[in-house]
Unconditional design. Structure first.
Length: 202
């Protein structure tokens, strides 16, 4: 983001990193969070949305551009919602997570006045341990609350993913397990909905 908003930005292709997954590339965000947030706020005051600039520059190079956002609702997330077409919202079996989904949906409803194309492609379960009584109680309730937005796939809690995150590594650098396969199923389910225009807004 700092590059996009600089006086002499470099081409985004200079920041694209290939992965071991065919046809999947990533662009890491700048880790200087305070500087990035300040620059984004200044850009907003000038009427510039850095995320729209990014999408426009990459348009035609990829079928889908996915922003992996922090679990927060703030000015940066608002700018992303103004730039994208679809939201994928994770939820786990906890009250605060459900409250977070409600907050995101409410925030998205307000943003939709500025971005009428914004829709919810799906809400998916992540980091859920179905061997616990809490998950068995909560998962059906959450499914009922958010139908028809909720996806069938449950991405289980993964110690490997937790370890990878703490080491700043992709989870696949440690192992490939059921969590990876189910996460792929979740992405495939969301993209299938988008392709069939089966996305919703609440």
């Amino acid at each position: 983001m700092l590059n996009i908003l600089s006086d002499d930005p470099k081409p985004l292709r200079d920041f694209v990193l290939a992965t071991q997954n065919k046809n999947v590339d990533i662009i890491p965000n700048d880790d200087r969070y305070t500087a990035t947030t300040k620059t984004l706020l200044e850009a907003v005051m000038l009427g510039i949305n850095a995320y729209k600039v990014l999408i426009q520059e990459l348009d035609g190079l990829y079928d889908y551009i996915i922003f992996d956002c922090r679990p927060a609702v703030d000015n940066e997330i608002a700018q992303i919602m103004r730039a994208v077409q679809y939201l994928m919202i994770p939820v786990n079996a906890a009250d605060d997570s459900v409250d977070g989904v409600d907050t995101v949906l409410g925030y998205a409803s307000k943003i939709r006045h500025a971005n009428p194309d914004l829709c919810v492609a799906g809400i998916f379960f992540e980091a859920v341990n179905m061997r616990t009584a809490v998950a068995h109680d909560y998962v059906p309730q959450i499914r009922a609350k958010y139908a028809p937005l909720i996806l069938e796939t449950i991405v289980p809690h993964s110690e490997d993913a937790h370890k990878a995150e703490s080491r700043h590594l992709p989870s696949r650098r440690l192992s490939v397990g059921q969590g990876d396969a189910r996460l792929f199923q979740t992405r495939r389910g969301v993209l299938t909905r988008i392709a069939k225009r089966k996305s919703f807004f609440i």
